[in-house]
Design a protein around this ligand. Structure first.
Ligand SMILES: [Zn+2]
Length: 472
């Protein structure tokens, strides 16, 4: 039974009146633009700013904006609850189940968990085959067993009695991305409360595997061939209200393993040593890569984990490293990738040549992650709307690049952006991570406006006619 709702999105071809993605309809915006077509539009931003301003005065929309503000109080309880349900990589199930319940309570109904573990809740539009997905990831970077209890500024467990105000709340994963999940719930509940009717479908998604070796597995599964139709995607992640991400930072991640015969540190001396070869390879790669990344589009590398060996007095039989290469530009990424492989092969060959005896070292470079690079043209309506929503609240939008669920959509040519989750946060991916509710309302309202501008809003219920913009 619960699969029914999202399955409707699979009827791509069967549905009549498919809106091509290229039209990027944006509901209200397009219609409003038609109304304004007689006017010469000097500045590209102006039209979107105006449309958003009108949208905010729509009675249902202003009711939803008011609901968002009201909900910020209960949000603290939800934030604490979700943060304290650990969601280590590949173990998001418990948090997913609870998030599905909360999404259901927020008025979505028929919330389902797909085969990969994503939570999906569909809010139907007026019947057209156009879907805007709004996504926050369920997973954290923290391994099972991490203390995820929420603490106050005094580092005591925060009991939730007495509001924290703008004071910081500390817990691993509280900002990234428990707060993103809470924002999704807020949007769903505000739309239910205010009985907003949209033109497009809105698909609420709690995704799995966004972080690290999860390698976007949840969103990649959602966007698979033959998956539900998604025309635009808004990812909620990151803490800066001015930022609108329109570029996907690509990354290649490897686990490099060097194996050899190993042996006693005294008795087997002179055999090729995997740890020595690995250290030398890292050293040489750092030297050439540092030069390589000095110029051109931003490109970085990191060897974040090294290990292997069994004892201080044993030549290791295995040494390994995990490498993360990133770039805004896919050519640069592939060039750096080639450099990495060449350097490691050369270093291992050199060590093999130096050995006195024993078997040669073997190098294995296994891919553990691949995220494509890409750019959404800033002129794309979704990006324009996102920038206008930032301006609407008196801030200056800043375009940027990131590595989020939006990457997978951008790689497929689906308009996608990433916007802030609201509030102020710091220390992401560290045990000292914190979040404070300062300006949280602004982030939530901004997200609501963008979502509704993208989905298009039908006239307020009492005005009757379906395509009548007088309500705006
Ligand atoms: Zn995140």
């Amino acid at each position: 039974m619960p699969m029914e709702t999202v399955r409707e999105l699979f009827k791509r071809e069967a549905a009549s009146g498919i809106v091509p993605a290229s039209a990027a309809i944006g509901g209200v915006l397009l219609l409003l633009a038609l109304l304004l077509s007689a006017r010469v539009i000097a500045d590209e931003g102006t039209d979107y700013d105006l449309a958003l301003k009108h949208l905010a005065t729509h009675p249902d929309v202003s009711a939803a904006l008011a609901a968002v503000v009201r909900l910020e109080t209960t949000n603290i309880e939800r934030l604490i609850e979700l943060t304290e349900i650990a969601a280590p990589p590949f173990q998001e199930q418990t948090r997913a189940r609870r998030f599905a319940e909360l999404l259901d309570e927020a008025g979505l109904g028929n919330v389902e968990i797909d085969t990969e573990g994503n939570v999906l809740g569909l809010r139907r539009g007026d019947g057209r085959a156009y879907t805007v997905a709004v996504v926050a990831h369920l997973d954290t970077v923290f391994p099972a067993g991490t203390d995820v209890r929420v603490r106050g500024e005094d580092q005591e467990i925060f009991r939730g009695d007495g509001k924290p105000g703008d004071a910081r709340l500390y817990a691993p994963g509280i900002g990234d991305n428990a707060r993103g999940l809470v924002l999704l719930l807020t949007l769903a509940e505000a739309l239910t409360d205010a009985e907003v009717s949209t033109q497009s479908n809105i698909l609420f998604v709690g995704s799995v595997g966004e972080e690290g070796t999860g390698d976007l597995r949840g969103i990649k599964y959602l966007l698979r061939d033959g998956g539900p139709r998604i025309d635009e995607l808004i990812a909620i992640d990151g803490g800066n209200d001015e930022r609108v991400l329109n570029q996907a930072i690509g990354s290649h991640r490897y686990r490099i393993v060097i194996t050899g015969p190993g042996g006693h540190s005294w008795g087997a001396f002179g055999m090729a040593n995997p740890a020595h070869a690995l250290a030398s390879a890292i050293h040489k790669f750092d030297a050439v890569a540092r030069e390589f990344v000095r110029e051109g589009p931003r490109t970085t590398y990191n060897i974040g984990k090294v290990g292997g060996g069994t004892s201080v007095n044993a030549v290791p039989f295995e040494s390994w490293a995990e490498v993360d290469l990133r770039s805004e530009n896919s050519e640069r990424l592939f060039e750096l990738d080639t450099l990495l492989k060449k350097t490691f092969h050369n270093a291992v060959d050199a060590h093999n040549a130096l050995r006195d005896r024993g078997a040669a070292l073997v190098l294995d470079i296994a891919t553990i992650g691949k995220r494509p690079s890409g750019v959404v043209d800033p002129k794309t309506p979704l990006v324009q709307r996102a920038m206008a929503s930032v301006r609407h609240y008196g801030l200056s939008p800043v375009l940027g690049s990131g590595s989020t669920d939006a990457n997978a959509a951008i790689a497929q040519g689906i308009p996608a952006t990433t916007i802030s989750r609201g509030g102020v946060s710091g220390g992401a991916h560290s045990l000292k991570e914190w979040w404070s509710s300062e300006n949280a309302e602004l982030g939530s309202k901004k997200a609501l406006l963008l979502l509704l501008a993208s989905a298009g809003v039908l006239p307020a219920a009492e005005t009757g006619a379906r395509v009548d913009l007088r309500g705006l």
